[in-house]
Design a protein around this ligand. Structure first.
Ligand SMILES: Cc1ncc(COP(=O)(O)O)c(CNCCCC(=O)O)c1O
Length: 470
């Protein structure tokens, strides 16, 4: 039976039609999935194309798609689509499934929790899982000071609340952010985010008292960390006034802005300046957190202890969870009832997070991220040595990037980066781009990926990069 789904089609008929449409039976995800890239149809295949047509008729076009295949199962480093294609995942759903899709400890915890209860709202009748996650965050985040956490749902929500807490703690309003920053898609986080299109264009007016200063971008500015920090601090002190700054908000490695690793010394200098100025130093570790960079948190690479840290993505193995964790005296500046939200720290997401944290530590995924970096970076640098369009290779751990430029001018070449990504997609390898100019290819493999599959995906990427050699 086939059903042309439409607005009036009952969900049961749609589900029945989907189940009966010829195609792979539902397969179980997780690490038991065969870890082998295998294409059995063109991409997208027939069932994905059917679903794309339904998407056109039901989903707002503002929600875009990067790789138009519909997934039915995932695990390790593999995504399986509705047509039976097995793809290599070098994106982890944008740095989320760090422990691997459907990681066993995550699945087991969520099954137990969902069978017990799905939601009570922690602000109404609390539950242990929320407290347990906050205890883990206190243990795992940088610094041995007394900490408190508050849990939310998305990275943007965590960043929004970090700003709220910094403002009420300091009694100040100004928030300092950086060139190329990305912090979310809500009104305040759009104001904090640098890139106009597609994130901000036409969605204003934006929240006030947000000030942008230059970032350390070694490939483009050639400055030392100290020089770049001095430049940023000059702008803060001359254009904002130190005494007006509530928070300095920065990603330890910029994510959507281009996987920019600041020059050594930049972050520590800004943290020291914030302390001296009485401003709250906020690390947005939504993309760098939870083992991604080869440390549990990105700040650790330079020994920076943030006053507040925003986390999300890798925290819960794919379930929506975010957090603000920080110095108790700062976090408790917010009055009772000042923080919260209906779903913040949902019990399923908390159960998932405890499973993800258990997996990270049990499986040594911090070391695995370092090993992935050590395996991939030399190969990317070797390609860059022979392909002039590869302007820069950078990253830490399993957060790696290649910046693509026009060899003749050195200018960012977003079109070339997009072409490389599409060549990888056509071969069944999920590779993402980023950067203010869209010219940065980024690698975010699940840390559960095996070396053989990683090497296969890397070989496809290298071939695509070499196509830029002309
Ligand atoms: C550092 C940093 N802070 C905050 C956020 C926002 O996290 P949310 O969970 O997407 O709200 C991100 C989310 N990055 C991926 C955005 C994808 C997209 O929307 O196109 C981030 O990387």
């Amino acid at each position: 039976m086939t059903t042309t789904a439409g607005p009036s089609t009952p969900v049961s008929a749609v589900l029945a039609a989907t189940g009966e449409t010829p195609g792979p039976r539902a397969v179980t995800g997780g690490p038991g999935l065969p870890q082998r890239r295998q294409l059995v149809t063109e991409l997208p295949g027939p069932r994905s194309r059917e679903l794309l047509a339904r998407r056109e008729a039901a989903v707002a076009r503002g929600v875009s798609i990067t790789f138009p295949v519909f997934v039915v199962a995932a695990g390790g480093g593999i995504l399986v689509d509705v047509d039976g294609n097995a793809l290599i995942d070098l994106g982890s759903g944008i740095a989320v499934t760090t422990v691997g899709n459907s990681a066993p400890a995550v699945v087991d915890n969520v099954i137990r929790q969902v069978q017990a209860f799905t939601h009570t709202c922690f602000m109404i009748t609390p539950y242990e899982g929320y407290v347990a996650v906050c205890e883990q965050l206190a243990r795992l985040t940088p610094g041995d000071h007394e900490k408190r956490s508050a849990l939310f749902n998305s990275g943007a929500e965590a960043v929004e609340n970090a700003v709220k807490i910094a403002r009420i703690h300091t009694g100040r309003q100004a928030v300092v952010v950086f060139d190329h920053a990305y912090h979310g898609r809500t009104n305040l986080t759009m104001a904090l985010t640098a890139k106009n299109h597609p994130y901000k264009n036409g969605f204003g007016p934006f929240a006030p008292e947000i000030y942008r200063v230059p970032l350390s971008y070694p490939y483009r500015d050639g400055l030392s960390g100290a020089e770049a920090a001095a430049r940023a601090i000059r702008v803060i002190e001359s254009q904002i006034g130190a005494h007006n700054v509530a928070a300095v908000l920065i990603e330890p490695i910029q994510g959507e802005g281009g996987f920019v690793v600041p020059a050594e010394g930049f972050l520590p200098a800004l943290a020291a300046w914030s302390k001296a100025a009485g401003a709250v130093f906020v690390a947005d570790e939504v993309q760098t957190g939870f083992a991604r960079t080869g440390a549990m948190f990105g700040c650790e690479h330079e020994g920076v202890v943030p006053d507040l840290i925003a986390t999300a993505k890798g925290i819960a193995g794919g379930l929506p969870l975010s957090a603000v964790t920080g110095r108790a005296e700062i976090m408790d500046s917010a009055h009772p009832g000042g923080l919260g939200g209906t779903y913040g720290g949902n019990p399923l997401a908390c159960a998932a997070a405890l499973g993800a944290i258990e997996t990270i530590e049990r499986d040594g995924l911090v070391e695995r991220a370092r090993a992935i970096g050590a395996r991939v970076l030399p190969r990317l640098r070797a390609v860059a040595a022979r392909v002039p369009a590869l302007g820069d290779v950078r990253g830490r751990g399993a957060m790696l990037a290649v910046e693509i430029v026009d060899p003749a001018t050195g200018r960012p070449d977003g079109a070339a980066a997009g072409a490389v990504a599409r060549r990888c997609h056509a071969e069944g390898v999920v590779v993402l781009t980023c950067g203010t100019d869209g010219n940065v290819l980024r690698l975010l493999p699940p840390l559960a990926i095996g070396d053989e599959l990683l090497d296969d995906g890397l070989a496809v990427l290298v071939t695509a990069l070499e196509s830029l050699a002309g």
